[in-house]
Every structure is written in structure tokens, then in C-alpha cells.
Design a protein around this ligand. Structure first.
Ligand code: URA
Ligand code: SF4
Length: 215
């Protein structure tokens, strides 16, 4: 028998033949870490299997957990709006998350988002690396520190390095990190929020420019 891993990992749940179909199907049964228990379902990535551009969020939120699709709630709407504004077609990109199950704390009828810890991010990473192997994007856009640090290490600072192309990485020819759209939605001051939104837009314009350069 296979020895049990000493740390939580999705590895034993991955299929032998890698395709988006086989990965998505297998991910439904993942018990690689304890997050599968309270969640509704695994939220796997969506999009074309040869997308030149891959967006990676943190983890599904409340609405994504219920719908089984990434970025369909408030963060997704904001992302869609900005993508349209800078001229990127959401249907042409592959969208996924660093962690495939919703982590939350029940509070009354509500479920409050909880940040995944490195143990959970590492456990789920085999799904992400398999998606990267299949999709093989030219450009990766990590949204927020969780996704960025999953690929670039825990010393990577989104605030310092956002919007700047990082070339020749082990994951793709180019990575451009930016903040998570949910961080914009949480800014209470309207003026500050508008400023941060403009900065997010500028980062996605850099993404569009890099993509056009590659074509
Ligand atoms: N936030 C994320 O990081 N991913 C989603 O899919 C939704 C919200
Ligand atoms: Fe598996 Fe990832 Fe879900 Fe953990 S969060 S059970 S590793 S799919």
C-alpha cells in the first residue's frame, strides 16, 4: 500500500492522465485537506484549455461555493467590469483559484470568509500546477497575496511588485501580479476606493499590453 503523506496534499487524488475534464472530475472527490468537509463542493477552474492568459484568485467565496464556478459573486462582477473596460474577453481566459474549497466561519445564517493558511495552499497546489501544465498560459495574473505567494514564494510582496512583468518564471513566460478585487470592495472611503480601482485597472492594462505584445 501507498504510504500516507505526512502533510495534507491533493496529490493522491490527481488523475494519471491530465486534461481539464479529468482534473475537474477528480477534483470533486478531493479530500487532500480538511477544507472539503464544511464546503458545498469543489470549485475548479473554468475556461479554454489553451488560454494564453490565466487569472488565479485565492479561494471560492460564498456564491462560488454554491454555484461551483469561480468568480461569479461580487469579486467576479468587479473583475468582469474591469476586464471589459481594458478590452480583455473573460471567455478567452482561464480563471481559477489557489485553493479549491471555500473556507469560512459560520456566523448566524452567514458564512464569513477565512483566509487559507500556507498548509492549505500547499495542499491544494497540485491542482493548480496540473491546471498550469494543461493550459500552459503565456501570462499568469495572480490576484492578491495568496495566489502570488503560492507561485512566487512567501517573500513576494504584491504591493511592491504589482503590475510589473516578471519574466521567465518556472510557471509561465510572464507573470503580472495585482491585488484581489475583494480588497477593493472592502475599502470604505469612496475616494480611496476609486484610487485603488484606477490602480487595479492600470495593472490590467499592463496585462492587456503584455498579451498584445505576445500575439
Ligand atoms: N474570490 C476568489 O479569490 N475567488 C473566487 O472565485 C471568488 C472570490
Ligand atoms: Fe482538496 Fe484543495 Fe479542497 Fe483541500 S482545498 S480538499 S486540497 S481541493
Amino acid at each position: 500500500p501507498m504510504p500516507l503523506p505526512l502533510f495534507p496534499t491533493a496529490e493522491p487524488f490527481l488523475p494519471k492522465a491530465l486534461s481539464l475534464r479529468s482534473l475537474k472530475l477528480a477534483s470533486k472527490s478531493c479530500q487532500g485537506c480538511p477544507l472539503y468537509k464544511p464546503a458545498t463542493q469543489t470549485v475548479f477552474g473554468t475556461g479554454p484549455s489553451a488560454a494564453p492568459l490565466m487569472f488565479i484568485g485565492e479561494q471560492p467565496a460564498d456564491q462560488e461555493d454554491l454555484a461551483g464556478k469561480p468568480f461569479v459573486g461580487p469579486s467576479g462582477h468587479l473583475l468582469d467590469t474591469v476586464l471589459a473596460k481594458v478590452g480583455i474577453d473573460r471567455k478567452s481566459i482561464y480563471v481559477t483559484n489557489a485553493v479549491k474549497h471555500f473556507k469560512f466561519e459560520p456566523r448566524g445564517k452567514r458564512r464569513i470568509h477565512r483566509k487559507p493558511v500556507s498548509r492549505e495552499i500547499n495542499a491544494c497546489k497540485p491542482w493548480l500546477t496540473a491546471e498550469l501544465q494543461v493550459v500552459h498560459p503565456y501570462l499568469i495574473v495572480p490576484l492578491g497575496a495568496t495566489a502570488a505567494q503560492s507561485l512566487l514564494g512567501s517573500n513576494f510582496k504584491v504591493t511592491q511588485s504589482r503590475g510589473v512583468p516578471i519574466r521567465n518564471t518556472q510557471w509561465a513566460p510572464c507573470i503580472i501580479a495585482t491585488v484581489h478585487p475583494s480588497s477593493l470592495l472592502r475599502i470604505p472611503d469612496p475616494k480611496l476606493r476609486a484610487q485603488s480601482l484606477a490602480q487595479f485597472e492600470a495593472d490590467l492594462r499592463a496585462v492587456k499590453k503584455e498579451l498584445d505584445r505576445h500575439r
